[in-house]
Design a protein around this ligand. Sequence first.
Ligand code: DOR
Ligand code: ZN
Length: 350
Amino acid sequence: MPLNPDTQSLTIVRPDDWHLHLRDGATMASVLPHTARQFGRAIVMPNLRPPVTTTGHAQAYRERILQALPAGLEFEPLMTIYLTDNTSANEIRRARESGIIHGVKLYPAGATTNSDAGVTDLRKCGAALEAMQECGLPLLMHGEVTDAAIDIFDREAVFIDRVLIPLRKDFPALKVVFEHITTRQAAQYVRDAAGAIGATITAHHLLYNRNEIFRGGIRPHYYCLPVLKREEHRQALVAAATSGNPRFFLGTDSAPHAKGLKEHACGCAGCYTALHALELYAEAFSAAGALDKLEGFASLHGAAFYDLPANAGSVTLERHEWEIPAELPMGETTVVPLDAGGRLGWRMAD
Ligand code: DOR
Ligand code: ZN
């Protein structure tokens, strides 16, 4: 039942972030508390330099995350490994048996930040994909083709036809997460396809269309990959996220880059949303009149897909206006949060 539009507070089961970049070292120590304040768990992306390609790397990275976690915050990092042309079936089985690894990330080589070690041709990954299908370890896909001849705004839709559909024909029992979907075509595919498939949706793709990148000048903090799309696509994503369909769940893709590397002649892709993720989603769901659907999307659907229990405990959002800070300390540098200087109508209570 839709909530009363005058509702002043909303308590939901503690949410999880099913797609997150934590980085490493001092950067990680700066950004981790933002995520851990709001979310019980997060799927941690493996695109470090060098990438997290083995169970051993993932175990060591997980230890570093737990070390960096401030006392008093409870947070469980759900680790992933980075698929390469050379990932073996044995590596996949080791990952599954470790109990700490919950997915294998496909970055088509060259698709995005630190993806140069990614997959050049999925046909080289047959043994790994076979093992994943067999042991139930999900494939988490950055779903864009890298063909430079394909317009950047079309790369996700083309990926569905050229890569995703053939892949799922060859591995029909493989669990797949179509990460950070940005188009009507992806939302429709995930809604209608047979078999085990889910999709994460970011807050920024629910809140903005591609005009935001160019509003009054070029605005690098709104540049991410896959890039923001037309308004019709944003609306399709909002419809999917607020539909109650358990295939759609929260994944921020919060991707911190130093301010100077975003405000640059060749700025990095990524929006920093870990600071205010849940509030940004609340804004999007509230604008759609669908706050009653936030708990499923943020706290229940992803856990069910990953065969994990929902978190114990809850968080409360209150209607309270506040201003997003201009920048935040990050290691030796600073990071600019998405919509810095803007105002949010919801705030997470402590
Ligand atoms: O915008 C993005 N930033 N998209 C990605 O796929 C990677 C991410 C990053 O790691 O910075
Ligand atoms: Zn990402």
